[in-house]
Design a protein. Structure first.
Ligand SMILES: C[S@@+](CC[C@H](N)C(=O)[O-])C[C@H]1O[C@@H](n2cnc3c(N)ncnc32)[C@H](O)[C@@H]1O
Length: 230
């Protein structure tokens, strides 16, 4: 399926970027309770491991916006690292949110938002955390998501990104590409996922002149976590 066939639409440019992503609300409900099982079956503990390394880089104060936070398995680790962070947890699946709420440590300052649309997200924050989230979208939608969030800020945000990376230097690249294809097939069958390729998430930031402040790689660079500043 081509980018233009994706069920999301991006309208406008620059300061007036507007993003409407349809049909994602609750589309992950079906797999919410088994998400962790499937993730470990496919990748072992490595998707969590790369996030735990990224979380160590989080600052101690400020407002963190988590995009598509899933079952919230990272919330206790975020609290251990930065108990004073204010967190907004944006998630499209009500069942994922219900599971995430069970993970909150006592004292964590967190607000949940159940939504799949970013156009109404006028959230002022200092940092954005997105793990295995931006890869759901086409390059133009990644751009719109980043621009939409940034347009609501009065100061630059720092981006904490963890995702798959299929760059030319990745070891066992064919095997990794096959794993990614299988994952995409899985999400196509079980959720309302419409994109059949892995976008170059990290390249989006580097090509748009963000500075990569920290780079953490796992699995011979197949999994990467980076902190970007504009
Ligand atoms: C592949 S899962 C990743 C979950 C989690 N970040 C992790 O690393 O385990 C993607 C998550 O993004 C959520 N999601 C998808 N589209 C979304 C949207 N437009 N707005 C908010 N959440 C969305 C899904 O419901 C799902 O929980």
């Amino acid at each position: 399926m081509s980018e233009s066939q994706s069920k999301a639409s991006v309208q406008g440019t620059g300061a007036f970027t507007y993003i409407k992503i349809t049909d994602l609300l609750n589309s992950y409900n079906f797999i919410a309770s088994s998400y962790s099982f499937w993730s470990r079956l496919m990748y072992g503990n490595s998707l969590l491991a790369i996030q735990l390394l990224l979380i160590k880089e989080l600052p101690h104060k400020g407002h963190l916006l988590i995009l598509g936070g899933g079952i919230g398995q990272i919330l206790p680790s975020i609290y251990n690292q930065s108990p004073n962070l204010k967190i907004t947890f944006l998630e499209a699946s009500s069942k994922m949110i219900a599971l995430a709420k069970k993970q909150i440590p006592t004292g964590q300052n967190i607000t949940f938002i159940h939504s799949d649309s970013l156009e109404s997200m006028k959230i002022e924050c200092d940092y954005v955390y997105a793990s295995f989230f931006l890869d759901l979208f086409s390059p133009s939608h990644i751009k719109a998501i980043v621009r939409t969030i940034e347009n609501h800020q009065t100061h630059p945000v720092t981006w904490f990104i963890a995702d798959f990376h299929l760059g030319p230097k990745v070891k066992y690249r064919l095997l990794r590409a096959f794993q990614v294809k299988l994952s995409i097939l899985f999400f196509t069958i079980t959720t309302n996922h419409h994109q059949n390729f892995l976008p170059e998430v990290f390249e989006f930031f580097t090509k748009n002149r963000y500075k990569s402040m920290i780079i953490i790689n796992l699995k011979h660079s197949f999994l990467s976590a980076q902190v970007f500043k504009s």
